[in-house]
Design a protein around this ligand. Structure first.
Ligand code: DGL
Length: 264
């Protein structure tokens, strides 16, 4: 394996930076190409057909251009809807993700779990299957939120989230029948860990918030065990699929070592 071949992380927007943080902790020397499909954002309000038509083809072009050693799709929406066609389209290891219902069921004491995801993610039968397999003795309540996705994007561009709006989104989950007993909330969207502090601050009681970031990073580390990494530090790449203005995002990108900006 050529030490310079990067890991390619793919998300609809900047949410996957929450997962990049986990990857950096575990694999600090890994060259990174971080892709934000800004031209397709947001995914959560799109149909399954739109997403399945867009994402595998886009990843095909990205793999041709950047020749990664592995592709990771931390984006829950993309993974739960398009992982099979993505794997079929790419001839290299692909790490997907699923809502972290299994780890949530391992820690919930009340046996009532909340799942916060995008509108597209929470309606997937896949979530029923995960619940049946790993949380059959739990009440699993779901809530989709497009507003939280946008608030996370805005936060990374320097606009502090409005606590009242965060509380209103969380309340849509907690106010469901049985929601008063939720003790564990799965953050089933890459954007939501970026709002973990804000969610915890407005929660009416302590909630355990669980995301998939560290699990994805560990899986990447496992699949690349024994591979060489470059000895020297380098500029990593952030790729956007539209002409959107990067200005306000630049500090968050450079802080994470993504100092080269490219467009697809
Ligand atoms: N960040 C994505 C996810 O993990 C989707 C957000 C969006 O584009 O709606 O599900």
């Amino acid at each position: 394996m050529d030490a310079n071949r990067p890991l390619l992380l793919f998300d609809s927007g900047v949410g996957g930076l929450s997962v990049l943080d986990s990857v950096r902790r575990i694999l600090p020397a890994a060259p990174i190409v971080y892709v934000a499909d800004s031209g397709g954002f947001p995914y959560g309000t799109k149909t399954e057909a739109e997403l399945a038509a867009r994402i595998p083809a886009l990843l095909g072009r990205l793999v041709e251009r950047y020749r990664p050693r592995l592709v990771a799709i931390p984006c829950n929406t993309a993974s739960v809807i398009a992982l099979a066609p993505i794997r079929a389209a790419l001839d290299l290891p692909v790490v997907g993700t699923v809502p972290a219902i299994k780890p949530a069921a391992l820690v919930s004491k009340t046996r009532v779990i909340g799942v916060l995801g995008t509108l597209a993610t929470v309606r997937q039968p896949y979530v029923d299957r995960l619940t049946g397999e790993f949380a059959a003795d739990c009440l699993v309540l779901r809530q989709g939120s497009a507003a939280l996705v946008q608030m996370a994007e805005d936060k990374l561009r320097g606009t502090a989230p409005d606590p009242a709006r965060i509380a209103a989104e969380l309340d849509l989950l907690l106010a469901q029948p049985g929601g008063d007993r939720i003790d564990t909330v799965v953050l089933a969207c890459t954007h939501f860990p970026l709002l973990a502090d804000e969610l915890a601050a407005v929660a009416p009681r302590p909630l355990t918030l669980i995301d998939s970031g560290d699990g994805i990073a560990r899986r990447i580390a496992f699949l690349t065990t024994g591979q060489a990494w470059p000895a020297d530090p380098r500029d990593d790449i952030a790729v956007f699929t539209s002409d959107l203005d990067i200005g306000a995002l630049a500090p968050e990108l450079t802080r994470r070592g993504l100092s080269r900006i490219e467009r697809l």
